[in-house]
Design a protein around this ligand. Structure first.
Ligand SMILES: [Zn+2]
Length: 299
């Protein structure tokens, strides 16, 4: 560390210009140690304030990432609503195009996730590799989504109300998709949190930092449902039927919670947009305070 302050640094207490002083000295005006000012101004989590390589691209990419995933999720609701309407009225809404839209939206979500690979230059190789693993999980995820919602659900369009002979395969595929989702969340979360930490709102706790693991937890609720279905189909009999019924309840509950969790993440990423486009929020906040103090004292 340089012994003398070469850059502009104003005393955290009184605003006196400390340039040229040693870090061991105290402010000549008010006696507050220079080190106290350094601790107050220099953010210990500097990597979170490192300028983004492309702030606008990151802000839009994050929105594409979260909105794409939400649309893919809503399309499944579209399919199930179609299933219910068909069951009740006997006339389908012919909404199977939702499987197509959903797979496309999920692929776009994966494209958006690319901005999480290396948002700024201080990203370590390990964390970039972890994010890359998270993005690559999208490839099998989209293929499985396609297989379930364009394959099985078009061939046998009432998987919940009257599951066909392939219900075992379908549940196994859903479990495979859950594994992809888990890898994507595990891989992408560190950089997503790092970006979210840039927001003063997050630092003061007004944005939920746990929303991604909470999302994974509710995905697991649906996953347990599918596992019960696999067990139920294999077992057969009365217990098997019971497990299959329980599966419908857990998948329905999990689906509602997953959708709510995704809406939350979309809100977070939209709110984060302006924060990301603004370079170095934390530091500029400090400088603003200093400038305001300057103005007050009539300098
Ligand atoms: Zn001072």
């Amino acid at each position: 560390m340089a012994r003398r302050l070469t850059g502009e640094l104003r005393c955290v207490s009184c605003g006196y210009e400390l340039r040229g002083l040693s870090i061991r000295e105290a402010c000549p005006e008010c006696g507050v140690p220079v080190r106290a000012t350094l601790l107050g101004v220099v953010d210990p989590r500097a990597e979170e304030l490192e300028p983004l390589i492309a702030p606008g691209v990151v802000a839009h990419g994050l929105k594409l990432w979260s909105v794409g995933a939400l649309v893919a999720c809503l399309c499944v609701w579209g399919l199930r609503i179609d299933e219910t309407v068909t069951f009740v009225t006997g006339h389908g809404l012919k909404l199977d195009v939702f499987g197509l839209i959903g797979a496309g939206a999920l692929a776009l979500s994966g494209v958006g996730a690319l901005v999480l690979l290396r948002p700024h230059r201080l990203v370590t190789r390990w964390s970039a590799m972890r994010a890359a693993l998270g993005v690559s999980a999208y490839v099998p995820m989209v293929l499985i989504y396609w297989a379930i919602y364009r394959g099985f659900d078009v061939a046998s369009p009432a998987p919940l109300i009257s599951p066909g002979a392939q219900r075992l395969d379908r549940s196994l595929l859903r479990l495979a998709m859950l594994a992809c989702v888990a890898i994507a969340i595990w891989g992408l979360r560190p950089h997503a949190i790092m970006l979210a930490m840039r927001s003063v709102i997050v630092r003061t706790g007004r944005v939920d930092r746990q929303s991604m693991y909470a999302l994974l937890a509710v995905f697991l609720v649906a996953g347990v449902g599918d596992a019960l279905n696999v067990g139920g189909v294999l077992m057969g009999g009365l217990l098997g039927d019971l497990l299959t019924q329980l599966h419908v309840v857990l998948v329905a509950l999990g689906s509602v919670l997953v959708t709510l969790g995704m809406v939350n993440i979309v809100i977070d990423t939209v709110r984060l947009g302006p924060v990301l486009r603004h370079r170095g929020v934390g530091l500029s906040d400090v400088f603003e305070t200093n400038r305001a103090r300057e103005r007050r004292s009539g300098v």
